[in-house]
Design a protein around this ligand. Sequence first.
Ligand code: G3H
Length: 256
Amino acid sequence: MRTPVIAGNWKMYKTVDQALDFLNTLRGRSEVNGVEQVLCASFVSLPTLIQATSGTEISIGAQNLHWEEEGAFTGEVSPTMLNDIDVSYVIIGHSERRTYFAETDEAVNKKTKSALGHDLIPIVCIGETLEEKEADRTQETVRDQVAQALDGLTSEEATRVILAYEPVWAIGTGKSATADDADDVIRFIRKAVSDQLDPQVAREMRILYGGSVKPGNIDSFLERQDIDGALVGGASLDPDSFAQLVNAAAKSGDQE
Ligand SMILES: O=C[C@H](O)COP(=O)(O)O
């Protein structure tokens, strides 16, 4: 059985004090069993958040990393540095990084390998743009992104990857994919993983949906067998709404 994951992507929101306020309000409100809850915050807040969540069921993730361990790469953060402060997860290849920071599939692959080599759990984002969707190229796009992200990984490594299917047109727009459409694409992704690696990896790999997920629509995604949780932007910024998402996922895990 795959443990559901609710990962909040705080993007470039929240100062250190605001991050701590969030945790203080969240305390005791989110279910601790049967679900992995992850908060992916800015690099600046990570050490404080890790200290504040020590001994709790909340895990902390970064939103990016460089694949090299060290070097002359101004402004970058290495996997070794994330290890040093006990970060557990890292988002890789988010569409905002692909669009605004020219992150390529090749870089996504290098970062994924580097994260795995440093015991970080990569949350690798894939998804089609509106233009690709309208040209009926959703499957082709996600298949290529998955193929390149997982290229060269062993089955054992690939099983540790979490994929997040985030249609770019659904991110921050309030217009989520329908559960039917998300489910269709995620089943297609599972089949692609099975063809590329092996059926067991496809059965064990967690695949999340992301794009305008909120407490009001999370159940429709979680009730689909192939959707293992969500990567959430806007609705993860509020502790009450994040707790509701986590609790919904814990409940969905109970029912399986
Ligand atoms: O990483 C999260 C996604 O970009 C989704 O953001 P959103 O929930 O605000 O649409």
